[in-house]
Design a protein around this ligand. Sequence first.
Ligand code: 6OG
Length: 159
Amino acid sequence: ENEVISKKLLTIVYVVKDGKVLLGLKKRGFGAGNWNGFGGKVETGETIEQAARRELEEECALTVDRLEKIGVVDQEFVNDPVVLEIHIFKADNYHGNPAESEEMKPKWFSAEDIPFDKMWADDKYWMPYLLKNVRFYGYYLFEGFHTIIKQKLVKIDDV
Ligand code: 6OG
């Protein structure tokens, strides 16, 4: 019997400059109260990278020249047929000043001070890869919003 699933495409952008990572405190919606990169859903008619740039600008008013695709994470929740396919980008450059939006309150963190206890539980596993420019694929099955019950993380040549 075939299992019916639906995939949702999402983006996140991490701006990393002078050894610091820009994160935003999510003020509402999915993952509210967590620190995260800037991103959201890919809309019909746009590419994944266009969505990443749009969400970055909407959520913290920054634009970037170069955006590097660094990882993909599939996230599933127990008893939920929806798979979130999250495309993770890194930028080493930006224009503008990080500004608070309705969705996110931005703040720079040094690599040693990344607040993993207030982030999605998988981020601590792959963030070291992102910081070292190692491309990766991750799979995380969540029970609720905090507990990972199955996981996989591999380095890959291309994303
Ligand atoms: P909206 O529905 O608010 O977009 N997201 C995750 N981010 C990280 N770092 N780890 C996760 O664990 C995540 N699961 C989802 C993707 C939701 C935002 O939340 C991100 C989007 O940027 C697997 O538009």
